[in-house]
Design a protein around this ligand. Structure first.
Ligand SMILES: Nc1nc2c(c(=O)[nH]1)N[C@@H](CN(C=O)c1ccc(C(=O)N[C@@H](CCC(=O)O)C(=O)O)cc1)CN2
Length: 303
């Protein structure tokens, strides 16, 4: 039997979506309907499924929701023109360009064209800067780190802990998860270390952590003996690996695992997020929360 408190991403995401739906109803009563535009370029099945779940969640929350689907061969200039038209559209408060984009495109150029006030992914350099200086009333925070913080607060409440003064180790230095996660932990007064592939004795660094966040994209890299007894473990990795046997269409089965060896880590940790059913489920919920907030900020005072 595992010892760790299980952080149920599905339940916490549903709670967040319920709050967003209630607050959207109140905003709509004041004449403002949040609008989310998703943009999908190409036919990657995982991206198709993520964009579909974003549209479904948006409709369930009571948003105006539009999806733009473009072929892989789309000229980048046409994608940029679409972003500009969405920037100018007053019914749209949030623009999400699903990543990854085809390799032929310059993702940074596309993301930087999004109006920062509509950048509900929080990837625009303006939002990165606002987060780093702690201007939280104006920043839009990337969805996965924002969702991870909610899960962390649930863990602290369940275990009777506080984040202030805790040793936090974030493994991974990506712009969309590792770096913003470190900023959020710092704002909550953690002592933060960002570790990465060049960190010496990564296991020893990880073992110092009261809060361990794994965001490296390496299946089950964090072993049980990397975890300090009682630590809160947030696993951001979603890795598809070979499973056992064949599926109904005769293809080899696959399964999802995180960056943490769950069974081992759950024996040692105080609380832990599973994969699937953990942080990933919060990503879509926080996108809805960010879109609602963008719509509120855009609404004229008194509306
Ligand atoms: N523009 C963006 N692109 C991408 C983002 C992003 O936040 N913005 N993140 C990922 C993909 N992603 C959302 O887009 C995402 C990933 C995972 C999940 C999720 O619910 N995962 C489930 C498992 C789902 C499955 O069975 O495959 C889980 O962890 O339980 C939702 C959204 C990259 N691109």
């Amino acid at each position: 039997m595992t010892k760790a408190y299980l952080l149920d991403g599905k339940a916490i995401a549903e709670e967040t979506l319920g709050r967003v739906a209630r607050e959207t109803a109140a905003l709509r009563a004041r004449g403002v309907t949040p609008g989310l535009a998703t943009v999908l370029v190409g036919e990657d099945p995982a991206s198709q499924s993520y964009v579909a779940s974003k549209g479904k969640a948006a409709r369930a929350c009571g948003f105006h929701s539009v999806q733009h689907t473009l072929p892989t061969t789309t000229d980048e200039l046409d994608l940029l023109a679409l972003v500009e038209s969405l920037n100018a559209d007053p019914t749209i408060h949030g623009i999400l360009v699903q990543l990854p984009l085809p390799k032929t495109m310059n993702a940074a150029r596309v993301l930087e064209l999004i109006d920062p006030r509509k950048d509900v992914d929080g990837f625009h350099p303006v939002n990165v800067g606002l987060l780093s200086v702690g201007e939280m009333d104006r920043a839009i925070v990337p969805c996965t780190p924002a969702g991870s913080m909610i899960m962390l607060d649930k863990a602290c409440a369940a275990l009777g802990r506080t984040l202030a003064g805790a040793e936090a180790v974030v493994i991974g230095r990506s712009n969309i998860v590792g770096k913003p996660m470190a900023q959020l932990l710092l704002q909550r007064h953690c002592t933060v270390t960002i570790a990465h592939s060049r960190t010496r004795d990564l296991a020893a660094v990880a073992r110092r952590a009261d809060v361990l966040v794994a965001a490296v994209g390496q299946p089950e890299m964090v072993r049980g003996d990397w975890v300090k007894p009682g630590a809160i473990v947030i696993d951001v990795g979603i890795n598809r690996v070979a499973g056992e046997g064949l599926d109904a269409s005769g293809k080899p089965k696959t399964r999802l695992v995180g960056d943490v060896a769950y069974a081992e880590a759950a024996e040692v940790a105080g609380a832990i997020t599973p994969v699937p059913g953990g942080v990933g489920r919060m990503t879509v919920a926080m996108l809805m929360a960010n879109t609602l907030e963008a719509a509120r900020r855009a609404a004229p005072a008194g509306e």
